[in-house]
Design a protein around this ligand. Structure first.
Ligand SMILES: Cc1cc2nc3c(=O)[nH]c(=O)nc-3n(C[C@H](O)[C@H](O)[C@H](O)COP(=O)(O)OP(=O)(O)OC[C@H]3O[C@@H](n4cnc5c(N)ncnc54)[C@H](O)[C@@H]3O)c2cc1C
Length: 543
């Protein structure tokens, strides 16, 4: 298949960069509609529950001290110190379902006092200096798609909250074609970064489902994982270097690809979620644009059989570029609703589980790798369903987030969570988390559909990604909080990690602390004190 034959809606190179306007997801030109099949499946009652319009959410007057505001205006210019209603709303929290529900309920309490848009690394340094001096909390903001409360700091004890939107740091700084690396400014959205790289014949290969909104600084700060992680790695695997602005000055990391010069401090900054400072530049590995790709669906009798097949590929190779497996429930829902959560083709065997593989690269290499992957999957009991389901997944893969708003409008609660563990514990983890979610929501009188898939695999283990759908109660925020707490407890009890790629934010903080222990937490806090002595960078997030 020639990849240039794709329609604009489906090709990741042709998606528009979307400036997200809370609370709804994505490009207003292509709003989500609830397909009838999905409405019937989830039992939507047809009652509209759109909530308070963003313009009607009441915000507190901006609290910023006058001196701090004047200093920011002097540093950046009046134009880049913004406190109009809509800008504050559009920087309030992130895009988890509780975030959306809170805004729909009219709760604007986490709105920043001011949004600033620095135009350079030095501007960012100056903003941090001013905020430290006036004890104003600072929230770094790239795409604003956090789903773990990473954009809602604890403002207790601070004189105000400033969100630093990196939108103006949007350049491709350099490509080193010999080393195959590119240096990108942190405010570049994923789509725009890909456009700039493709114009030079390269791809980053990072396509999270939030691709239309999220960006380079956010990817690095959260250790994001894209849908092609089997082939290109997780975002932190791609990073060669970073520049971090802190209240005490600049740290530049990545003098060489691998070094024995002490601990690799890049891994202190990757996943730091804005608590150590603001990443302004990231150097990543890039790859020649693939000229050929094959996407294909595979049927497995059950989830365990499919998981064993994925493990065989992850441990003994070869690795496709995309590798994912839906469990029985997710497979059944997707087959019933091809435009829905993941999108597959209704053709092929019913029951069992659907795996999707994608192989991309240079033509001959793709043909050879595809043949080798096919042999492994067949040995593991898989049956090819052909390119239809694979292509259907590929072309629908960025649409699922658009479904959440119409589902919420229709009184349906829908939310996702993810975790990661070793292969030997994966089956138990799935059972425990599914039971925790099912039992909690059933006890609330809202029995859920719980779906699960694997989409990121490693030789030693894999992540599990759960999607939960059920009717809303009168207090859906509390309803989900109870289910999420039960799931977090199950993840801890199973010895898994609280997150594979969504990060910690505020929502996972307590579980994360239990996961790493007091001494490790003290060490992290000591680093924060060294770089951010006033503690203004994203207080209450991560540590
Ligand atoms: C519909 C949907 C689908 C998603 N799918 C995926 C997926 O497939 N894979 C995945 O990994 N994640 C996914 N996410 C989660 C989210 O998109 C990722 O965490 C993403 O990496 C966040 O990027 P962002 O640019 O939006 O960051 P933001 O939301 O702006 O920030 C995320 C966190 O990092 C901090 N931060 C932001 N920029 C910087 C910076 N320059 N320096 C320091 N700190 C910074 C913020 O303060 C915040 O704590 C999804 C989210 C949604 C809503």
């Amino acid at each position: 298949m020639n990849i240039h034959a794709d329609s604009p809606r489906t090709d990741e190179t042709a998606l528009p960069v979307v400036h997200l306007r809370r609370p709804r997801w994505g490009d207003p030109a292509t709003p989500g509609e609830l397909p009838a099949a999905a409405a019937a499946l989830v039992g939507a009652d047809g009652t509209e529950r759109r909530g308070v319009a963003p313009d009607d959410v009441v915000l507190a007057e901006p609290q910023l001290p006058v001196d701090a505001r004047s200093a920011l205006v002097e540093a950046l210019g009046e134009h880049h110190v913004i406190d109009d209603h809509r800008s504050r709303i559009d920087h309030t929290r992130g895009y988890s379902t509780p975030d959306i529900l809170a805004l729909r309920s009219g709760d604007g309490t986490d709105a920043p006092d001011v949004v600033v848009t620095p135009g350079s690394h030095d501007d960012v340094l100056r903003v941090l200096e001013i905020c430290a001096e006036h004890r104003v909390a600072v929230v770094p903001f790239t795409g604003g798609t956090s789903v773990v409360g990473g954009l809602a700091p604890d403002r207790t004890g601070f004189a105000g909250v400033v969100t630093v939107d990196l939108a103006r740091l949007d350049e491709l700084v350099d490509i080193d074609e010999i080393s195959r690396t590119a240096t990108l400014q942190a405010g570049l959205r994923g789509v725009r970064a890909e456009e700039l790289l493709r114009a030079k014949g390269y791809t980053l290969g990072h396509f999270p489902q939030s691709y239309a909104g999220a960006g380079i600084g956010g990817y690095a700060a959260t250790r994001s994982a894209g849908q092609s992680s089997a082939g290109y790695g997780r975002f932190d695997d791609m990073v060669e270097g970073m520049v971090l602005a802190t209240p005490r000055g600049t740290i530049a990391l990545g003098a060489a690809p691998k070094s024995a010069a002490g601990p690799d401090l890049r891994h202190l900054v990757l996943g730091s979620e804005g608590v150590l400072g603001i990443i302004t530049e990231v150097t990543v590995r890039v790859h020649p644009v693939p000229d050929h790709r094959v996407f294909e669906g595979w049927h497995f009798d059950d989830f365990d059989a499919g998981a064993a097949a994925l493990r065989a590929l992850a441990q003994d190779g070869p690795m496709p570029t995309v590798l994912r497996l839906s469990d029985e429930m997710e497979t059944a829902i997707n087959l019933a609703d091809p435009d829905g959560a993941g999108g597959t083709d209704a053709a092929g065997p019913t029951g069992g589980c659907l795996a999707v593989i994608g192989v991309e690269g240079a033509h001959d290499e793709v043909e050879a790798r595809h043949a080798a992957v096919t042999a492994v999957l067949e040995r593991a009991g898989g049956v090819s369903m052909g390119e239809g389901p694979g292509e259907s997944w590929r072309t629908g893969r960025f649409r699922a987030p658009y479904l959440r708003d119409p589902l919420l409008d229709a009184g349906v609660l829908v939310e996702t969570l993810e975790t990661v563990t070793y292969w030997s514990r994966l089956a138990d983890l799935k059972v425990l988390v599914t039971a925790a979610l099912t039992d909690t929501l059933t006890a609330a009188g809202t029995a859920p559909l719980v779906m699960c898939h694997i989409s990121h695999v490693y030789p030693a283990g894999a992540s599990l990604y759960f999607t939960v759908v059920c009717p809303q109660t009168d207090d859906p925020i509390a309803q989900w909080a109870a289910a999420k707490t039960a799931a977090n407890d199950a993840i801890r009890a199973a010895g898994a990690s609280i997150t594979h790629h969504h990060a910690v934010g505020r929502d996972h903080r307590a579980t994360y602390h239990a996961e790493i222990g007091d001494l490790a937490l003290d060490a992290l806090r000591a680093v924060k004190v060294a770089l951010d002595p006033a503690g203004v960078c994203n207080p209450g997030i991560l540590i």
